[in-house]
Design a protein around this ligand. Structure first.
Ligand code: ZN
Length: 347
């Protein structure tokens, strides 16, 4: 058995064989994993051993942002074949559940999500996955881009929840990876311009290089002041809160136009205060986002069409043998790093 990247316990990773697989069913495919992106949640399990109610109590394989090649196909699978390049949706709901029937399978209480304890992730040579949650990549979409579909799908979910109108002006607070994905999804979704605010100039330089995106460094200009200037005091049509920072969340009502929309994307570690009267006084619509549902096809279509280019957000690619070093670099959270990816050895 080949090595996987195993989180043995909080703060301790190892490369070793582990039985992380599940048996093939007729509706599954087996995939040789090619590329895996490191996500903030993987890093948080590494440094803290838990996220909210999810606690690492036994060794767990990390990783949930993956692409690869189909190497075996279950007998009931019709839309995939051996050799197909694919990316995988890491959450597997119960297809008969009430949430799945409603199309909101991301909030199915029974969902099994890679690298969310006790479910193993995909930093392992092979995974068995439901074909229904495995998506073929067009030739024009690389494995690296395929492994970016997962975080981009969160931005897509945010843009969809916002119900963007063509020509909207949007604001994204927080230029972390998800803030950047949300800004690009909002642009692709019809926004005329997207403002992105953050403290870290290197992050703003990366996302500000995209046409249609303007940046606000909140060290020099408060976001409320910058957005008021940009909109003649009216406010943004849509505000995507992607920082998870308490002051940003408290100040949200001052950023949106009357009758506008606020989308809560960032996840504060602890509960934070919300200015309810501020939201009411402008009759703002508040939406929340948890992962995504039915976004992979759309995300892949936008990338394949050349309407979204995620490649500039891939900061480094390390071989699997160096994946512990890759995680330690992700823990450093350099301002110039957006996404670090790991490439598995050729099967
Ligand atoms: Zn992720």
């Amino acid at each position: 058995m080949d090595n996987s990247l195993v989180l043995e316990e909080r703060g301790r990773l190892s490369l070793r064989p582990i039985d992380a697989g599940r048996p093939m069913t007729p509706n599954d495919v087996r995939i040789a994993v090619h590329t895996v992106g490191i996500c903030g949640s993987d890093v948080h399990y590494y440094t803290h051993g838990k996220i909210g109610p999810f606690v690492v109590e036994q060794p767990m394989v990390l990783g949930h942002e993956a692409s690869g090649t189909v190497i075996e196909v279950g007998e009931a699978v019709t839309h995939l074949k051996v050799g197909d390049r694919v990316c995988m949706e890491p959450g597997i709901p119960d297809p008969t559940s009430r949430a799945a029937k409603l199309g909101i399978y991301n909030v199915d209480p029974a969902v099994q999500f890679w690298a969310t304890p006790p479910v193993h992730g995909c930093l392992t040579p092979q995974v068995v996955h439901p074909a229904a949650y495995t998506y073929a990549l067009p030739d024009s979409v690389s494995f690296a881009q395929g492994a970016m579909v997962e975080p981009f799908a969160i931005g897509m979910q945010a843009a969809s929840r916002a119900r963007i109108q063509p020509g909207d002006i949007a604001l994204v607070t927080g230029a972390g990876p998800i803030g950047m994905m949300t800004a690009l999804a909002a642009l692709a979704g019809g926004c005329a311009k997207v403002y992105v605010s953050d403290l870290a100039q290197p992050k703003l330089d990366i996302i500000g290089a995209y046409p249609g995106i303007e940046t606000i460094n909140i060290r020099t200009t408060p976001t409320a002041q910058a957005i008021a200037q940009a909109t003649n005091g009216w406010g943004a049509d849509v505000v995507f809160e992607c920082s998870g920072a308490a002051p940003a969340i408290l100040g949200l009502p001052q950023l949106a136009r009357p009758g506008g929309t606020v989308v809560l994307v960032g996840m504060p570690v602890d509960p934070v205060p919300i200015d309810i009267v501020g939201l009411q006084a402008r009759e703002l619509r508040v939406e929340t986002v948890f992962r995504y549902a039915n976004m992979y096809d759309r995300a892949i279509a936008l990338i394949a069409a050349g309407k979204v280019d995620l490649t500039p957000l891939i900061s480094a690619t390390l071989p699997f043998a160096d994946s512990i070093a890759a995680f330690d670099r992700a823990v450093e959270a350099r301002d110039t790093d957006v996404k670090i990816q790991i490439e598995m050895p050729a099967p």
